[in-house]
Design a protein around this ligand. Structure first.
Ligand code: SAM
Length: 287
């Protein structure tokens, strides 16, 4: 089968199957061999690896993954793409295509069956409309993960990577950095896709921490605290957290906990590091 990274080969397949792009599924297919090679290199794929690909499309990146990995499990929502994938991946016996919605599947159960519980690498050119739920779902699902190397909207990649004191810092930065080390490995312009997306893209690698960088007594409470802190970004933490009904905290409790940590009662969430959020969470939990 022809290399689909070459634009004319992708166009030929789209014409052969009279494929109609589904906007609702975030379908922008990669047509740049150097970007595809860069993704495979960033994910450090070897024959030892079991890869989970989310949204294989017509199988462009799947071909590159199958050449490098031990096995690839690819989950695609669009039923119209399944016969195309059977054609474009027919030469590979190390690829399993599954039709389904990655947000509804039991990914842990699927990967246990597919890889026998071995840690997996996720590699994907993600549908941008569900980037955050996919990433958070993967981390929270307890799938044994080595890394996640994904193409996402450029601004979203930046949000995952930044630290306190920047305008992009928020709940996504903290959640990602709790689980993994983020590194942007490439910026990718719209002309590397068909059809062209209206936004710039970036490839980011999230390398799972072997041990969490912070110790928290109650992970769920930490995440609720982080969400509440950024829901009301303009407010001080003392006001924002005591207003957040689901946390059941009084203004005095928050002010006291901040003081115990040597922090001003007028501080905002955007100034706190992950370590400080963890300490605040432990202190409030105790109170
Ligand atoms: N991997 C291909 C490439 O790089 O050319 C296609 C990437 S395209 C940005 C995103 C793909 O994800 C599409 O094929 C789309 O149909 C699929 N997709 C969208 N939502 C999905 C979902 N909830 N579960 C699984 N696949 C999904």
């Amino acid at each position: 089968m022809a290399n689909l990274g070459i634009p004319q080969n992708t166009i030929d397949i789209l014409q052969k199957y009279q494929f109609n792009f589904q906007k609702k599924y975030g379908q922008n297919f990669l047509i740049d061999p150097s970007v595809l090679e860069r993704i495979i290199a960033a994910a450090e794929i070897t024959r030892e690896d079991h890869v989970l690909e989310i949204g294989p499309g017509i199988g462009t990146m799947t071909q590159y993954l199958a050449e490098a990995a031990g096995h690839v499990t690819a989950v695609e929502i669009d039923k119209a793409l399944i016969p195309i994938l059977q054609d474009t991946l027919s030469e590979y016996d190390n690829v399993t295509v599954i039709q389904g919605d990655i947000l509804k599947l039991d990914v842990k159960g699927l990967m246990e069956k597919q890889s026998g519980g071995k840690p997996v690498k996720v590699v994907a050119n993600l549908p941008y409309y569900i980037t955050t739920p996919i990433i958070m779902g993967l981390f929270e699902s307890n799938v044994p993960l080595k890394s996640i190397t994904i193409m996402v909207q450029k601004e979203v990649a930046e949000r995952m990577q930044v630290g306190p004191g920047t305008k992009d810092y928020g709940a996504l930065s903290l959640a990602v950095q709790y689980y993994a080390k983020p590194e942007i490995v490439a910026n990718v312009p719209p002309n590397c896709f068909i059809p062209r997306p209206t936004v710039g893209s970036a490839v980011i690698r999230l390398t799972r921490h072997e041990a969490s960088p912070v110790q928290v007594e109650d992970e769920k409470f930490l995440f609720a605290l982080i969400r509440a802190s950024f829901n009301q970004r303009r407010k001080t933490l003392a006001n924002g957290l005591s207003n957040a009904g689901e946390l059941h905290l009084s203004r005095d409790q928050v002010t006291q906990a901040l003081e115990n940590l040597g922090l001003s009662p007028t501080i905002r969430g955007e100034a706190l590091t992950l370590e400080q959020f963890a300490e605040l969470s432990n202190s409030l939990k105790k109170a």
